[in-house]
Write a protein that binds this ligand. Sequence first.
Ligand SMILES: *Cc1c(COP(=O)(O)O)cnc(C)c1O
Length: 388
Amino acid sequence: MRKVYLDYAATTPTDPEVIKAMEPYFFEKFGNPSSIHSFGQEAKKALEDSRETTAGFLGAKPEEIIFTSGGTESNNYAIFGVAAAMQNKGNHIITSSIEHHAVLEPAKALEEKGFQITYLKVDKYGIVDPADVKKAITDKTILISVMHANNEIGSIQPIKEIGRIAREKGIYFHADAVQTVGHIPVDVNDLNLDILSLSAHKFYGPKGAGALFIRKGTRIKNFLLGGDQEKGRRASTHNIPGIVGLSRALELCKIRMQEENESQTRLRNRLIREITSKIPDCILNGHPAERLPNNANISIKYIEGESILLNLDMLGIAASTGSACTSTSLEPSHVLLAIGLSHETAHGSLRLSLGRWSKDEDVDYLLENLPPIVKNLRSMSPLYEKKQ
Ligand SMILES: *Cc1c(COP(=O)(O)O)cnc(C)c1O
């Protein structure tokens, strides 16, 4: 059966060139970088070269990069780490209502311990207003955490402006940049960031490898305790193949980003234009222009996103939805509710995300198959009948 992957926002395949770079570090060069013998030193060199590449990609200094196990750990580290180091100054954190759960859950855990969290509202396009950030700041605010681009609807936040406000007030600023690093330009100085999270498997690197940028001088407490790896900032033996893969993936993104940006934007615009013209009663979610080049999120009214996914999957097409019937809750995505969608409309959302190997033929195949699926599902939908 034909297979079409339109779910790059969930994870990406590991680029074969990345796999090639990682491979020697499993057997020939398997050393522990903390060992003083030649095996260790070989691994240590790979580690520090990777750190330099990663820092260079972000406009940071090598000593400002810590390698982690991925986006979730980096976000947890940022939130819990600043909260623990700064609790003498204050207990207030500002974030947005559309963050990834890897930010929202740590925030909630802190709330239960007596911290105060402000969850900023977003507009109908899923954008945070920097003026709201300014208004929310109190003399107890220790951290502002706003994601660079949203993983569901692709909206890109005015990070640079929020960073300017944070800097003016002397408050640390963290961004979850898991969806943007490797896809659009990210420079920690240009964006006025103090802390940034990234994850390799979202940019053609391996799963289970990530990094945290921490600007020099930032007070943050480590939470994985053990050995003195990463200068005591993160215990645990380094995942050298993962780290080498992460940095090789960034090198490839650096070369290809602009071209991939253009080709994915073109395919994305085709998806949005043709779906919204071929299928009645559907709307684009997220900002029409300030959005990731690879993200199209569309609500198709009167039907369930999950039913669309199952039908697409039978034809070999992989996509995603903000309707959460498969998970433990029946609640639709917090992001879609935050941009003002009704529960019904949120349940009919379809996220299509493109990547390095997406082609026009993939889009053709989706466009051929989606309209009949929708028509068929609507013919069985009580909601659709009521509307007629
Ligand atoms: C995928 C993702 C994460 C989690 O990263 P993992 O490496 O899978 O733990 C965090 N934030 C955003 C925006 C993501 O898309």
